[in-house]
Design a protein around this ligand. Structure first.
Ligand code: 5AD
Ligand code: SF4
Length: 446
């Protein structure tokens, strides 16, 4: 008998798109078992917390949420508390959970989410606890179901893991070494998504530029080759990807932006710092000049391209001058948007051992100055869209008002405009009437 049928589940996801997509897979597997999604953990029989370990505040939020599960468990002895994701790939986290949060029933890691239904079944049937973590794996599991968050757009993993070992980053330790899916598997998956009404795919990987797939006949497929293949899929409208490491961005990929109509003219190109000496200590394998030259080359070939980035402030040893190099780089590049982060010590990474950590108040001061510079740049670039007509994929209605539609331009800018919800899933022409710091406003062009 299927004991899971009719059980209510709630997934809480921290972190990046990779985690969001893993949560879609977990939801897909649960729904195959007959489980039903609910909006809050309090109404659920099964809660899954999918964790992120990239920065310390995610750790803190996770343990806070974990604490709240105790009460739910006390009220409902059948309740199953599950944790997974990047944090579970660290032994010290598992030890803390076991000693301080004994109400957790199931722990699994990033390499074996396929095992979750079986673990859940066992825990429900036998009233035991389950812990299964793999350090890494060489194969890729294909064919898992997924319950998409969005009807008309979808994430598609093209590779897993990271080999770069930036000195601040925990990801290579939690997601393992790089592994690329076969191009045929990726294309088949996208064809199935298109048949299910998906118009836009975002190809996911920690460093998609180092994608290296092998066709069934043994020949190689690099990232640009993959884009050309996907661009030929009938019915698909848009292709995006993230994340790109600047060190591996090839001329061939830049040419793909020119040749492939469906490849959106947008790139997320994390710079991390504008100072060559900091970049060297971060082990990023490019310097300020190389990064700026790359941006120039991209803009020369693809003038309309929009660019976003990630920046860390307060990396160990960062001097005021080095930080100012970041400010001037932000000004020189003119980013459309940027994610800004306070450097956060990650146990097990080389930078955690550096003895010249930056005091918190200095980090915060630099962070605020950086955010001001980034926002000023975004507002300026968005203002330049006023009057332009942009193609917008309508994604849904605004949370505040059913008559306001929201969508994204080809360049990934969020746009609000008045319109009927029957347009959801279509690409419409929108004239931009106002460019704000974080979004645009517009009106549909008949
Ligand atoms: N501290 C702060 N930010 C970090 N990131 C990764 N590791 C750290 C860390 N230890 C940021 C990087 C990366 C983004 C996903 O998170 O900017 O590109
Ligand atoms: Fe982390 Fe660097 Fe890999 Fe990105 S490229 S996941 S920052 S180690």
């Amino acid at each position: 008998m299927n004991l899971l049928k009719g059980k209510k589940y709630n997934i809480i996801t921290f972190g990046c798109q990779m985690n969001e997509h893993d949560s879609e897979t977990i939801a897909g597997m649960l729904q195959e078992k007959g489980c039903i999604p609910v909006l809050t953990k309090e109404e659920s029989d099964i809660t899954i917390i999918n964790t992120c370990s990239v920065r310390e505040n995610a750790d803190k939020r996770f343990f806070g949420t974990l604490g709240q599960l105790k009460k739910i468990k006390e009220k409902n002895p059948e309740y199953v508390a599950c944790v997974c994701g990047c944090m579970m790939q660290q032994q010290h986290i598992i030890d803390t959970i076991k000693s301080k949060y004994p109400w957790v029933d199931i722990i699994f890691g990033t390499h074996n989410i396929d095992r979750f239904p079986e673990l859940l079944d066992k825990v429900t049937r036998e009233k035991v606890k389950a812990l299964e973590i793999l350090e890494d794996r060489s194969d890729i599991i294909e064919g898992l179901p997924a319950k998409r968050l969005y009807k008309h757009k979808s994430f598609v993993n093209i590779m897993y893991g990271c080999n770069n070992f930036c000195t601040y980053c925990i990801v290579p330790y939690t997601r393992g070494r790089e592994k690329s899916r076969k191009p045929e598997h990726i294309v088949d998956e996208i064809r199935r998504l298109v048949a299910d009404d998906v118009k836009e795919v975002t190809l996911l990987g920690q460093n998609v530029n180092s994608y290296s797939g092998t066709f069934d006949d043994g020949s190689r497929c690099d990232f640009a080759d993959l884009i050309y293949l996907i661009n030929d899929i009938e019915g698909l409208e848009r292709i995006r990807f993230m994340t790109s490491h600047p060190k591996d961005l090839s001329d061939k990929l830049i040419q793909a932006f020119v040749d492939c109509r469906k490849l959106c003219k947008y790139i997320h190109l994390p710079v991390q710092s504008g100072s060559s000496s900091v970049l060297s200590r971060m082990n990023r394998k490019y310097d300020r000049e190389k990064y700026l030259a790359l941006v120039e080359k991209l803009r020369k070939s693809v003038p309309e391209i929009t660019i976003s980035t990630d920046i860390i402030v307060g990396f160990p040893g960062e001097t005021e001058e080095e930080f100012e190099d970041t400010l001037t780089l932000v000004e020189t590049v003119g980013y459309d948007s940027a994610f800004t982060f306070l450097y956060s010590i990650r146990t097990g990474t080389p930078a955690a051992e550096y003895d010249d950590q930056i005091p918190e108040e200095v980090k915060h001061d630099r962070f605020n100055r950086l955010v001001d510079a980034v926002n000023e740049g975004s507002a300026h670039r968005n203002a330049a869209y006023e009057g332009r007509i942009e193609k917008v994929l309508v994604e849904g209605t605004s949370k505040k008002d059913d008559n306001t539609l929201t969508g994204r331009t080809d360049g990934f800018k969020l746009v609000d405009f008045q319109g009927d919800s029957s347009l959801i899933g279509q690409i419409v022409d929108v004239q931009i009437t106002e460019g704000k710091t974080f979004s645009l406003k517009g009106r549909i062009v008949e």
